[in-house]
Design a protein around this ligand. Structure first.
Ligand code: SIN
Length: 482
């Protein structure tokens, strides 16, 4: 396998951890070991941070065009090595190769987008409140950034933080997920080839996240923290940011509703549901988690969906035609089993799946459950697995009430052919992102993020760059300009 790095990138040096500690990275499709990676601790966390502080002094002085050039080259190298990156990603994460190739392109897209946005990041001249004054607002990088990224998109969730950070003139230290450090390290190797200077990006791999991240949280040198992961961990980390008043961006969990109205195009709704629910084997924060189906279409939709789901090929991601790979680890499998068992015990019935897949290991059969109700665990928590639970509703008001009955508000989807309803429902849904007649809406050009307990801030789009910039207001006074 190409591009396999075993050392961490700390302040521009590829390094082993203290005492050469390492941890195993396993292929979730068969449990085999892919590599043993540096298991860093507080020493490496501090070294990365010190280097980021030093590098910030010069990186912030580069021009936007210079930074843009580096990001562009980096994106280009990612696309040149798309197949190798995709195979590595599938090996450690499990997603089908076609999805992994898509993720490489998606991830590179953030670097290209922010290479462009960075060049257009200008402040402003504000009409002054006095004739003898002039006011300008300058955009400045926030400073050193610390980031913690998840395993479900091991490349894209990093580039959507690195892209804006570097474009803005910030430096960044990153702790990737311990299940998927290899994609992060491969990305860093390409960054080095693209000309990212030493210390501007560090990747600190570890199985002791609290120790590594603790160093960064405690340090006043870290001016911004960006996290993608669970709501519970996000709350904990947000508290830790309070002592040094860091800027915080959080992309947390969702419990996305997907509503199918009676007037929906049923084929489109089934395709959209599969795209949303079963992408990455159901392991995305924006996956539909509760499928709300209107009474009049319920039976037809349930039959069509379960037929399509039963036909999904379940296999290791590298096999041709695979639609569903393994789950990431044993804890993920246990959660899926718990949700299905709880739903069945409370009255749901299985239309397809509902058991581990014959392939064994971490494979779970893609599942459709009918007669799901709000008291079930899968209505209240993200399942993060290939289980579509169908609720029944009558009328728009009930759909909206059910959809909004959650503490989170990341994404929401609905299918309708009524244009008036499309506007009404989009406005009424409590979510940061809404897909109408579409199940996958992620793109680097639109602001990604949630409301309620799904997080703070936005990633991608021009909003994504603002998260890494401060506005400095400067007043020129005592001017004789009359
Ligand atoms: C996520 O699951 O956190 C991100 C998914 C996406 O970018 O589409």
């Amino acid at each position: 396998m190409q591009l396999v790095e075993r050392q961490a990138l700390v302040g521009g040096e590829w390094k082993d951890a203290t005492y050469e500690k390492r941890f195993s990275v396993l292929n979730p499709a068969d449990g085999s070991e892919i590599a043993r990676v540096a298991d860093c601790g507080t020493t490496e966390a501090q070294q990365a941070l010190d280097a980021a502080e030093i590098a910030f002094r010069s990186w912030r002085q580069t021009t936007a065009a210079q930074r843009s050039e580096v990001l562009r080259r980096w994106a280009g190298l990612m696309l040149d090595r798309q197949e190798e990156l995709a195979r590595l990603l599938t090996a450690e994460q499990g997603k089908p190769l076609a999805e992994a190739r898509g993720e490489v392109a998606y991830a590179a897209g953030f670097l290209t987008w922010f290479a462009e946005e960075g060049r257009r990041s200008h402040g402003g001249v504000v009409p002054p409140h006095r004739n003898d004054a002039r006011i300008v607002v300058m955009k400045e990088p926030v400073g050193v950034v610390a980031a913690v990224t998840p395993w479900n998109f091991p490349l894209a969730m990093i580039t959507r933080k690195i892209g804006p950070a570097l474009a803005a003139g910030c430096t960044i230290v990153i702790k990737p997920a311990e299940d998927t450090p290899l994609s992060a390290l491969a990305l860093a190797r390409l960054g080095e080839e693209a000309g990212v200077p030493a210390g501007v990006v560090s990747i600190v791999t570890t199985t002791s996240p609290a120790d590594v991240v603790g160093v960064w949280m405690a340090s006043p040198a870290v001016r911004k923290f960006s996290f993608t992961g669970s709501t519970a961990t996000g709350k904990l980390l947000m508290r830790q940011c309070a002592d040094t008043v860091k800027r915080v961006s959080l992309e947390l969990g969702g419990n996305a509703p997907l509503i199918v109205f009676d007037d929906a195009d049923i084929e489109l709704a089934v395709r959209g549901t599969i795209a949303s629910k079963f992408r990455n084997t159901g392991q995305t924060c924006v996956c539909a988690n509760r499928i709300l189906v209107e009474d009049g279409i319920y039976d037809r939709y349930a039959a069509a969906l379960s037929k399509a789901v039963a036909a999904l090929k379940v296999a290791p991601g590298v096999e041709e035609g695979t639609a569903q790979g393994p789950l990431i680890n044993a804890a993920a499998l246990t959660k899926v089993e718990r949700h299905v068992a709880d739903a069945i015990a409370k009255g749901a019935s299985v239309l397809t799946g509902g058991v581990r897949h014959d392939r064994g290991g971490l494979f779970y059969a893609p599942t459709v459950l009918r007669d799901v109700t709000p008291d079930m665990a899968l209505a209240q928590e993200e399942t993060f697995g290939p289980v579509a639970g169908l609720f029944r509703f009558r009328g728009e008001q009930e759909a909206i009430a059910l959809a909004n009955a959650t503490e989170t508000g990341l994404s929401a989807y609905f299918f309708t052919r009524d244009i008036g309803r499309a506007w009404r429902v989009a406005a009424a849904l409590e979510a940061g992102m809404v897909g109408i007649n579409e199940g996958v809406i992620s793109t680097e050009v639109a602001p990604f993020g949630g409301i309620k307990q799904s997080g703070l801030g936005r990633e991608g789009a021009s909003e994504g760059l603002d998260e890494y910039l401060e506005s400095k207001y400067v007043l020129f006074g005592g001017l004789s300009v009359q």
